[in-house]
Ligand binder design. Structure first.
Ligand SMILES: [Zn+2]
Length: 191
């Protein structure tokens, strides 16, 4: 994919996409799980990842972990089944989901990755931010979400839906669901 460029005083500069920040939209009681020691480990290099994986129990290493991309565009990892809001320290994120690693000839690579986070419900377009965080850490990855999740909120009954097989219909009230991502409640200001 070629990135767009802008010319400033004769210099060609890449246009960085404006990353969407996702606010927590999950159950309020899970906010109580936010603790300083629950914050996900920042992963900025292959060595960071190897160190973190070495600290995990052997059977867990090739199971999915919880991840977020924080607002500094850094990948953060937390043990399996951790809540994304705890991994992010309660802050907004640029991306969130589950990530699985597999051994490669010279370390670890990302084998599976999704945007599955019912706490943040990020759009599939959050891949841009996720990919940037993985690339910055030097991690090999599949090039897209291996299991993309399409989140939509019903405008009629407010139910949050996961759209399957392009069937954009609310599971609760059977009203049509919007074509564009809208899991963020529009009546609350972004912060
Ligand atoms: Zn509905």
């Amino acid at each position: 994919m070629r990135s767009a460029r802008v010319h400033v005083h004769g210099t060609s500069l890449p246009v960085l996409p404006l990353e969407r920040r996702y606010r927590y939209v999950g159950p309020a009681e899970l906010r109580e799980q936010v603790r300083p020691d629950g914050l996900g480990r920042p992963i900025s290099s292959r060595d960071d990842l190897a160190t973190w994986l070495a600290e995990q129990d052997e059977p867990e290493r090739e199971e999915p972990f919880t991840f977020v991309v924080d607002t500094t565009a850094t990948l953060r990892l937390a043990p399996r089944r951790s809540e994304h809001i705890a991994c992010a320290g309660g802050d907004p994120v640029l991306g969130a989901g589950e990530i699985t690693f597999a051994r490669s000839h010279d370390g670890w690579r990302v084998s599976e990755i999704s945007n599955q986070s019912t706490g943040y419900c990020p759009d599939v377009t959050s891949w841009t931010a996720v990919q940037a965080a993985l690339d910055n850490a030097g991690l090999d990855h599949p090039g897209s979400f291996t299991r993309p999740i399409v989140f939509r909120r019903c405008l009629h009954c407010r139910q949050l839906n996961i759209v399957k097989d392009d069937h954009f219909v609310c599971a609760m009230c059977e009203e049509p669901l919007p074509a564009v991502w809208n899991a963020d409640p529009p009546d609350e200001p972004e912060h």
